[in-house]
Every structure is written in C-alpha cells, then in structure tokens.
Design a protein around this ligand. Structure first.
Ligand code: AMP
Length: 218
C-alpha cells in the first residue's frame, strides 16, 4: 500500500516546506503544482504561459488543466509507492477527480493533513517570503542567497500585498470547502502550523504515522 499524503493549508502556512521535508525523509516525490507551473513558465511552456496571468493575479488556474497535470505526474514511476501533494487539490472538483485517480491506482487511501495558521500570521509570512531565482526554493528567513544552490533571491510575483489578499480570499472561497469534503475521513488530521517548523514537523510525522495505521485497517 502506498503512502499517499496531501498537505493542505492556506498560502504561507508552511505546507510546501513540510511537504518537501516529509517527502525527502520518506523517499517520496513532493508534487507541488505551484512549483510545476512556475518551472514550466521558466521553460516557456505555452500552457503554463497562458496560466501565468491568472497566477499573477492570485486566481486559480482552471480545474481541467490542473487535473491533467496531476494525473500525468502521478503515472510516473517515482510516484508508484506514494507521493506528497502540495497545492492540489484546491477545489472540490479537483478533490473529486483525485478520488477517481486514486480508485484507478488502487494502492491505498489518501492521508490528508491540514496545516492551520491564523490569517494575520499568513499575511506577515507571505510579505517576508523570498524564493530563489534559479531553483525556485523558498529561502530561510533573512537569508541573502539560496541555501540550496546559492542563487539570488527575489519576491514571488504573487507575494505582493494586494495579490496576497486575493489569494487568501480564493483560499477561503474555493479551497476551504475541500477541507469539509475530507473532514469526515478517518485519515484526516489537523496540525497547528503556528509553531516553530521543527515542532510542526514532529507533530505532523506522528499524525501521518497514526493515519497510516488507520489506512491499513480500511
Ligand atoms: P502555490 O505555489 O501553491 O501558491 O501556487 C501558485 C499559483 O499557482 C496559485 O495561486 C494558482 O494560481 C496556481 N495553482 C497552483 N496549484 C493550483 C491548483 N491546484 N489549482 C488551481 N491553481 C493552482
């Protein structure tokens, strides 16, 4: 049975950081739809370039495009023993499509973790966030260069104050209902993301362990 994890949470909740760490420690691919889109834009991919205007405004890219991207990514060999999804699903339609994909895969249920952080803290974090121009990784707070590749840092195009507020609105409107879609499942967990990252990591690992035990008995 695969270890199939979804990291949910608002923009700035730290889900990408936690997803990356957990995936690396468990030898699973971290599948971040935002990273995939930004990389495809850097490569000049036409579909991604078309999505760019929506991303820069803080709006969602259409469900059909996102579902196709994730469906294809999940067929690759490295995702056969599981995955950590970051930034998908963001709408109930995407969540329903993912359930369909999971039924076809037939290798165990989804484990869903919601990383919760108060809205005020999110606005503050997103305003401070810097990413690497070269590799796209998040920088540690106050760093001058990228800790992964030494590249220069910049603010994400969609991390300016106006767009941040729109992204948080979109999260409330489109993505919060996804939590309700999952909430009654025995493999749904909530972690307090307003703690030091090591503490979040520790609690999250224990929750996923526990949920994986639950998944075995389903
Ligand atoms: P992220 O890096 O996860 O914050 O994603 C950045 C932007 O990419 C979002 O604001 C959306 O415009 C787009 N995006 C990423 N994932 C999705 C998704 N699952 N559905 C729709 N749009 C997405």
């Amino acid at each position: 049975m695969g270890l199939n994890v979804i990291m949910m949470g608002a923009p700035g909740a730290g889900k990408g950081t936690q997803a990356g760490r957990f995936a690396q420690e468990h030898g699973l691919p971290k599948i971040s739809t935002g990273d995939m889109l930004r990389e495809a834009i850097r490569e000049g991919n036409p579909v991604a370039l078309e999505a760019r205007a929506r991303m820069d405004r803080g709006e969602l890219v259409d469900d059909a495009t996102m579902i196709a991207i994730v469906r294809e990514r999940l067929t690759r060999p490295d995702a056969q023993c599981g995955f950590v999804l970051d930034g998908f699903p963001r709408t109930v339609a995407q969540a329903e499509a993912l359930d369909g994909i999971m039924r076809e895969r037939n290798n165990g249920p989804l484990i869903i973790v919601d990383v919760e952080v108060p809205q005020q803290e999110l606005v503050h974090r997103l305003g401070m966030r810097r990413i690497c121009v070269k590799c796209g990784m998040n920088a540690v707070p106050a760093a001058q260069t990228c800790g992964t590749c030494g590249g220069e840092l910049e603010q994400r195009a969609d991390d300016n104050q106006e767009v941040v507020l729109e992204r948080l609105n979109v999260y409330q409107r489109a993505t919060k209902p996804v939590l309700e879609y999952y909430r009654d499942r025995p493999t749904f967990r909530v972690v307090n993301g307003a703690q030091p990252p090591e503490r979040v990591a520790h609690e999250l690992d224990a929750m996923i362990d526990d949920a994986a035990g639950e998944a075995e008995s389903l």
